[in-house]
Write a protein that binds this ligand. Structure first.
Ligand code: SAM
Length: 323
């Protein structure tokens, strides 16, 4: 099996694919501030183009694919597409990130299609706050979706909370309590300041302090976790909690991923503006061999690290990158 390395020796085996920029939520921190303008239809990669690109990555040793968006479950035809991805030789794991609002209906179909795990984004457990943050009154649907995902075995169910200072930072303890009686992994994510003038950062250290003050004192770090999250077991609890620290302690040196945006750009670093249009290559008739060479070139040029601490910004919001 071929292997894909960047210019500083990191092996890339993980592709995150945003299948759409569209979303049924309007999270203020994720969507463009000046209103949503969806990508034109012909700019979005077609399923057969996505399969060709993912197949090329698989030939180069990528074995894990995460489908994201926008909200992936709003794209028509997603389930058969996921089945096709799961059958690509070399792909060992197909995961999905979703806001959970359509999950109650889709969880069994996802499982059947070959999706092994899902991450659900949930930033608050309070209905009013949920409406304020997402623009939708869908908290009950998301909670039902989480339960369904657990029932059908899309496990371990991971719940991601982006913590924002003075916004939802007072809900960390309530969220962590979910992991006591449920086998969920609750992951607290530091807010990344994508746009200028934002100051919502609440560091993992501050989160941990809040949890310890609330009595979460027995946190046993998991040793074998290979993901960027630092995960802790809690004796007597069914689930676990974790922290993802893109800002206070970046994990660029072990980054193993590359992203494909809905409009067909390869993005070797989430926070860099470097992008390489694979859509243009595909639509101008590139051969399979040329596609492999193009991917190798992009990966080779993956930036060494991001510079959020120096005020680096991404020109695309998350909904157009695929978080
Ligand atoms: N719609 C799906 C969802 O809600 O999970 C997938 C796409 S969404 C862009 C993926 C994740 O990116 C969400 O968990 C969201 O909270 C996260 N995200 C968006 N903007 C962010 C930011 N500035 N900092 C950290 N996470 C962010």
């Amino acid at each position: 099996m071929a292997e894909l390395y960047d210019g500083i020796g990191r092996q890339i085996n993980y592709l995150r694919v945003a299948v759409t920029d569209r979303c049924n939520f309007r999270c203020q921190y994720c969507m463009p501030p000046d209103g949503v303008e969806w990508l034109e239809h012909d700019k979005i990669l077609r399923y057969e183009e996505l399969i060709r690109i993912i197949g090329a990555f698989a030939r180069l040793g990528v074995d894990k694919v995460r489908i994201t968006g926008g909200e992936p479950l709003v794209r028509k035809g997603l389930i058969p597409f996921l089945g096709e991805v799961a059958r690509i030789p070399g792909i060992q794991e197909v995961a999905l990130t979703t806001n959970g609002s359509l999950l109650k209906e889709y969880a069994p179909l996802l499982k059947e299609a070959g999706v092994s795990r899902i991450n659900i984004s949930l930033d608050t457990l309070q209905r009013e706050q949920f409406i304020k943050m997402t623009g939708q009154d869908k908290l009950a649907e998301v909670l039902a979706g989480i339960q369904k995902a657990q029932e059908v075995g899309l496990t371990p169910v991971k719940i991601n909370m982006v913590v924002m200072k003075n916004f939802n930072s007072d809900e960390i303890v309530e969220m962590a309590k979910l992991a006591i009686n449920n086998p969920y992994q609750i992951r607290f994510i530091e807010y990344m300041p994508f746009r200028s003038g934002e100051n919502y950062l609440f560091t993992a250290e501050e989160m941990l302090k809040q949890l310890i003050d609330a009595g979460f004192t027995k946190l046993i770090p998991q040793m074998n976790s290979s993901c960027p999250a630092k995960i802790y077991d809690m004796p007597g609890s069914q689930g676990s909690i974790g922290f993802i620290t893109p800002v206070s302690r970046h994990f660029c040196s072990t980054c193993n991923r590359i992203r494909l945006t809905p409009d067909g750009c390869l993005k070797p670093c989430l926070l860099s503006n470097d992008e390489y249009s694979v859509r243009e290559q595909l639509r101008s008739g590139i051969s399979d061999q040329e596609l492999l060479e193009f991917i190798k070139y992009v990966v080779w040029n993956k930036p060494k690290q991001h510079h959020l601490e120096r005020g680096q910004k991404s020109e695309r919001g998350m909904s157009r990158i695929g978080g």
